[in-house]
Write a protein that binds this ligand. Sequence first.
Ligand code: LRH
Ligand code: MN
Ligand code: MN
Length: 424
Amino acid sequence: MNIEKSRIAIHNDVLLATHQRSFDYIAGEVENAGDIVNKLAAFQVAIPSWALGTGGTRFGRFPGGGEPRCLEEKITDIGLLHQLNQSSGAISLHIPWDIPSDPSHIKALAAQYGLRFDAMNSNTFQDQPGQVFSYKFGSLQHVNKDIRKQAIAHNIEVIRHGIALGSDALTVWLADGSCFPGQLNFRQAFQHTLESLQEIYAALPDDWKIFVEYKAAEPNFYSTTVGDWGQSLLYTSKLGPKAFTLVDLGHHLPNANIEQIVSLLLMEGKLGGFHFNDSKYGDDDLTVGSIKPYQLFLIFNELVEGMDAKGMNHATGLGWMIDASHNVKDPLEDLLQSIEAIMITYAQALLVDRKKLAEAQQNNDVVTAQEVLQHAFRTDVRALVAAARLQAGGALQPLALYRTEKVREQLIHERGMKTVATGL
Ligand code: LRH
Ligand code: MN
Ligand code: MN
């Protein structure tokens, strides 16, 4: 299925005059509207293959119908998102949930939709049918060398799948850790994990990166072997220049200052990428910007400041991905909301008066520093984001068009009501 360009044009025509009024207003308020619009248009966020079906909890799942049943249909779904917002031009796969049986066909299908393959995710947190050893007590950290070897081989296999698809990064998230005090020797678990990661690192092609994702807790609730950014940075520093830390916004202990973490990782050249989501309690994987939009703004503020200081390209300098899924919304509508939240926040961070902020910091003028940040955060930038979409050929109001085009109804018609996406 496709959303025809002509349908997008009709939708935009109807909304154009109203949009133009809002755009003219904001363009008169900010100094560099054209520049901001160009940066927004260039910014692409990868969609995770596992967010296209209704997520569930361990208590239940309520599928919504028309969910993708295979990798091809996942690509179609992301293609639809990209047609609507022109900001979702990449897909992040999880192996073995998304093993491509015919990589060149999958690559060609993605290219038809203008999608590229972002970081590949390995999975040693579940046992798969036919697997020789269990990951019940960990994978890369395991006390048994054969089990570590099996997990290393899996990661190398994921790299191979990625090479065939044109990806250039591997994300390793480990559930490894312990559930109870005394279960693990921490230093031994660290050393085993490091040695395993070193073997995986050695299998990376020259132009590839490895992202080491950290998480404070879950599924292990006493210790996690890559439990925070310090531990991830320790691994990535020891591994070498192709290794970077990946920040998933939901993976911190409550009230962690994520913006400060981001700033320092960037300074050290060790920030690799992001998994965007939002949370109130833990790794809730909620829609980006739905709970703590100001925190997201402060993170983007550090990203823009830090990337500019290093002369990094905002769009390509880091890996931008969403990692969200939940129980109640249409997953595609939810992803449209997440992307919109990311774009709005990025635009607000671009508005920050850096000179004035630096002066205020230099003079210990705390009040002005706060005013500068909150002025940007309180600016309604939605017309700038819409202008970027319009410029790139997307819809002025993606969510509205998704509904008027009855995309979900069509997907249900094509795929049926009782579909279950592969994945979590
Ligand atoms: C772990 C995680 C990690 C996984 C994904 C499914 O909580 O954030 O990125 O790959 O969820
Ligand atoms: Mn994640
Ligand atoms: Mn997570």
